[in-house]
Ligand binder design. Structure first.
Ligand code: ADP
Ligand code: MG
Length: 720
């Protein structure tokens, strides 16, 4: 066995760059996001509910929901008449025009897609067919045109409505279970956060009436909470069985099993059909450690307070004095280059800090600028993402260089909370493997961040440079062994040693973020940057969020191939999504492909269906070491409560995994090791050339915002 390496592959061979997405406002708390329907709207008829539920059961995001919740959502659907020949949705439409899912009530529709300038019919839809599933998750352009071929009626479901109810009901359920747990005395030493982790680990079990759920004298390792139904408690006495209690919803039993396997002290029998939430002792121990240890531990409020203080956004809610920021931008013209001056407003404290130690005189239009004005000269482009453009800038008085990230206000105004989170978090994180933000400012059209400059490109650049096609002997089973097996060409990512260095660095980063209650939510190679020495820094905190103790978040966001099942299913989630993301990232670095992308597909919905489908088996190329495979599989565990990183040892369980054997974590975190790979200029050269070419083609053309839009932006970003 073993591979022979051949020439490196093009980026196209490697899993391409991926765009980040967000479900945005739809998941907001409160009903404000829901727009009012006209008074004459016809809601779905109660006699149609079952038909609708059956039709929607085909959708992954719907069929995993609680039946009660499914009914609640169906009740919110309404009818829309579509005349023969009318277009219901148009290929390429975005925004509001792409925020609804349809189920056909009557009539027929044709599905058309543009192929070489022609509309081609690719499908027909009739009663009970659905289309637009992905619109329930995020704002994705319509992938086809759908037109009625007869007079027709559809039922409509709006993303904002859908996500509002999913969230509301999940939250009610979670807080209900939390209340149940609060009443269990044996669990009283748990913090709120620990209780939330238990909520995630509970499993539902149903018992027919008459079942003996636990039996006096037998050992047991399950704890039960009654979700629905009634139960009777008996004890054996010399006079026979004696009823000692009758249990109802929210009552619990068998709690001593969480401590030890000592014999049950009573028998509990289902009096009606009984639905219980159960928890095993070993699951409990895996997640929180032995209960008896929790019962004796000392809580240290100081430690908690210290952690919290570290991350309080500095100066928020306090008026911050403003300062002038001037950006000199080179404009290419027919008669050579000219300089354009962009005026922006920033924060005085940041500007003064940046100019500290600066000795060069800063002159502009014959005027000398004092320490309260920041002048930046823009240089070459470094990259661009779904929402941004990043370039090198030099600060005039010190000559120091930074990365300047620029976002168009109108592009992010729908979800300003993401930008505000990015601002607060990158300002306050202090870890050797996290990008630092030095300042933020804005002009009429843009928001800006000034970051550490990362000249080594990102991990996707490294992957493209390191990936290769190898020939590998694959034993086909049977009599073919060893060297007799045929050689098969396959794509290989970077070496395990190199990937180990990067993944280990990210493990340290995630641990730091999670300890500080930050969930990152967009782990992928494009967001891990390489500094001049070859160390990583995590950047792009556009989706990061601070979670209060044990809280969950519901917004769908991330990048399609990288999102965790609990994120796709809108179940509410927290730090677990980052460990999942790490699993995907590790797979991508080692194989050059995404784990849920085979068989090949361009459809994000297909990928997300595989992510939540327990029957979808991830394929591991034969060259992966067993340790690497094992770690990936533990990270890509679909149940968040059982995922490595979420268990009792948290990040330490990951650090102690065999794949990292021999790694000196303290030395790595102190940056006292030599990075295995020095960045090369060529790493990102091709990508940057393409980026510049694209910009040249589009001529830097940007949509002009209306006065109204600009006013909106001004208001929304007043505190930026
Ligand atoms: P988005 O939120 O739009 O994805 P990112 O912050 O990820 O924006 O930046 C987009 C790209 O710009 C990155 O993938 C990277 O190639 C480049 N980039 C971003 N920040 C830096 C930086 N500090 N130094 C060097 N390159 C950067
Ligand atoms: Mg990015």
């Amino acid at each position: 066995m073993g591979g022979t390496s051949s020439k490196p592959v093009e980026q196209a061979g490697v899993a391409g760059r991926s765009r980040a997405i967000t479900g945005g406002g739809g998941g907001q708390k409160g009903k404000q996001g829901l727009h009012k329907l006209p008074a004459d709207t016809v809601k779905a008829h109660p006699e149609d509910y079952e038909v609708l539920e059956a039709a929607l059961a085909k959708l992954l995001i719907f069929n995993r929901l609680d039946p009660q919740l499914q009914r609640r959502i169906v009740q919110e659907m309404y009818e829309r008449k579509v005349g023969a020949g009318e277009i219901l949705m148009k290929e390429g439409d975005t925004g509001l025009a792409a925020s609804e899912l349809f189920v056909v009530k009557s009539g027929k529709f044709e599905v058309l897609q543009r192929r070489q300038g022609q509309n081609v019919r690719v499908n027909m839809k009739e009663r009970c067919d659905c289309f637009g599933e992905i619109s329930l998750m995020y704002d994705s352009p319509r992938s086809a045109t759908v037109a009625a071929t007869t007079d027709a009626v559809v039922w409509v479901l709006d993303r904002a409505v859908f996500r509002y109810f999913v969230r509301e009901i999940q939250e009610t359920q979670v807080s209900q279970i939390e209340l149940f747990l609060n009443s269990v005395p044996i669990l009283s030493p748990l913090t709120k956060e620990e209780r939330m982790r238990i909520v995630d680990a509970l499993e539902e079990a149903t018992y027919p009436a008459g079942t003996k759920v636990i039996v006096e004298g037998e050992g047991g390792d399950l704890f039960y909470i009654i979700k629905d139904g009634e139960a009777i408690v008996y004890v054996d006495t010399p006079q026979g069985q004696r009823k000692v209690n009758h249990l109802f919803k929210a009552d619990f039993f068998g709690e001593r099993a969480l401590l030890s396997a000592e014999p049950r002290m009573a028998t509990v029998e289902a009096y009606t059909k009984l639905v219980c939430l159960t928890l095993r002792r070993d699951t409990f121990t895996e997640i929180l450690g032995p209960l008896e240890k929790l019962m004796t531990r000392e809580k240290s409020p100081q430690v908690v307070a210290q952690k919290m203080a570290k991350l309080q956004p500095r100066g928020s809610h306090v008026h911050r004095p403003l300062a002038e920021v001037l950006i000199k931008r080179r404009k290419k013209g027919r008669q050579g280059d000219t300089w354009e001056l962009v005026r922006a407003r920033g924060h005085l404290d940041e500007v003064q800090e940046l100019r500290k130690g600066g000795t060069k005189l800063v002159e502009l239009d014959g005027q000398t600028k004092d320490a309260n004005t920041l002048v930046l000269t823009e240089g070459p482009v470094l990259g661009g993402g779904a929402f941004s453009r990043v370039s090198i800038v030099a600060e005039e008085s010190t000559g120091r260089t930074y990365a300047l990230k620029r976002m168009r206000k109108s592009a992010v105004v729908q979800c300003p909370e993401h930008v505000y989170c990015e601002q607060a978090i990158t300002k306050n994180v202090a870890h050797p493997f996290c990008i630092r933000q030095y300042a933020s400012f804005q002009d009429k059209y843009h928001l800006y961040f000034l970051f550490d400059l990362m000249p080594g490109g990102d991990l996707m650049d490294v992957l493209v440079a390191e990936a290769s096609v190898i020939k590998h002997r694959v034993p086909q089973g049977g009599w073919q062994v060893g060297c007799l097996a045929p050689k098969v060409k396959m794509l290989q990512g970077m070496s395990e040693d190199l990937a180990r260095f990067y993944i280990a660095s990210i493990v340290l980063t995630l641990d730091y973020l999670h300890i500080n209650h930050i969930v990152y939510r967009d782990l992928k190679p494009e967001n891990v940057f390489i500094d001049s020495q070859g160390f990583t820094k995590l950047g792009d905190f556009g989706f990061a969020k601070v979670l209060e103790n044990g809280n969950r978040t519901y917004t769908f966001c991330g990048t399609p191939g990288y999102v965790a099942p609990e994120n796709v299913l809108a179940h509410g989630y927290n730090y677990s999504v980052d460990w999942w993301g790490l699993g995907v990232l590790m797979y991508v670095l080692l194989t050059g492909r995404q784990p849920f992308s085979t068989p090949k597909t361009e459809d994000p919905m297909v990928v997300m269906r595989r992510i939540v489908d327990e029957n979808y088996q991830i394929k591991y190329p034969p060259y992966l070491s067993p340790q690497a495979k094992d770690l990936i599989a533990r990270l890509l565990e679909r149940k968040p409560a059982k995922r490595i990183g979420m268990l009792n040892g948290r990040a330490h369980d990951v650090m102690n995994h065999k794949w990292f054997e021999g790694l000196n974590w303290a030395e790595l975190e102190a940056r006292r090791v030599t990075p295995p790979r020095k960045p090369k200029d060529s790493d990102s050269a091709k990508r940057l050339k393409e980026l510049v070419d694209v910009e040249r083609k589009t001529g830097g053309k940007v949509p002009k915002e209306s006065a109204e839009e600009l006013q909106d932006c001004e208001m929304v970003f007043a505190d930026f």
